[in-house]
Design a binder for this molecule. Sequence first.
Ligand code: EPS
Length: 393
Amino acid sequence: MIQYRTAGESHGKGLVVIIDGIPAGLKLKATDIDFHLARRQTGYGRGKRVRKIEKDHVEFISGVRWGETIGSPISLFIKNRDWENWGSIMSEKEEDFSEQFFMRKPRPGHADLPGLIKFGRKDLRDILERASARETAARVCAGAIAIKFLKELSIKIHSFTKEIAGIRAKAMKLNWDDVVRRTASSPVRCLDKEAEKKMIQAIDEAAKKGDTVGGIFTVVVWNLPPGFGSYTSWEKRLDSRIAKALMAIPSVKGVEIGRGFSASRLPGSKVHDPIYFDKEKGVYRKTNNAGGIEGGVSNGEQIIARASMKPIPSLKKPLESFDIIEKKPTLAEIVRSDICVVPSAGVIGEAVVAFEIADAILEKIGGDSMQDVKRNFKAYLERIREFWHPHEE
Ligand code: EPS
């Protein structure tokens, strides 16, 4: 089992992540991780901090030697460049305490108020610092290592923006290379150029109004063989693991696998994917409404997961709220903010899904070194060859 834990406040010194269980012998460089950190920081609709201040770079503290993992926990640090601008506000020293910095007007939709009640704090900053989506940079580090691991087994993962502010991209059947190329050249990481224009307009309009917009991103996994995840225990189901990881991304309010919610409106005969067999191709399907998972187990088709995000709750034109100290009605706190984070969230989605897939693979085939993993994986593929041949598109 692989696991990771993150620590760090949004405007504190930095973020820390510890990843445990990655086999020894995986080639790993800081640039493998920085590449995904940079992708997370792009996207039309992000605020000044991400565009102008933070340029994330990872520093290895442990677990990697001479360019390879050595089997011990990998720990990483990402410096928050903005920390220096926050002076005593984020100091750990008691003598720096000052009520003048207190944030007192909770933003509706944010963790501000429930967090304050839960932890019995007096300053909303104690809550928002950790509830901030800045923490997702640490998740992307863990995911970048999982992506590297999956690549060694020829499993690929990518994401794209499906919808922003109700503007939906049209469905397209593309291979991995095309999806990577098109998302990299789109400011909103969208495959459909027409929809992209309208999405950008919608973000600009929201910005003018002091508002924010949400949307939907899709994560696709190519080449995962059948048999990963299990129906035998609820927590082993691959779809439940993916859903949990996606739902844990800040602002995500819904997750679908394959046809998802819309399958509930169709008869079974239109939902389930008929099974075909060919000696050349092995088992194959003409449709993939199941999103590559049947009974909580991968079936060899593309894994397709979608997450829907609410608009972020930090509004330049704030909603009604109250002052937690004076106990009087007032408008919510106005803070520097993003307008839309859906393009970045897709990159986070890839990372967290990659981690779950890597975990399900190691759970089934095991291996303390990449040599063991590759041998075990190959042996499994040989065993199922009668039914499954890798296919890409
Ligand atoms: C965030 C608010 C903004 C974002 C931040 C997440 O930060 P600030 O309030 O300092 O302007 O920039 O995202 C990041 C810094 C990042 O790296 O993603 C929030 O409240 O979630």
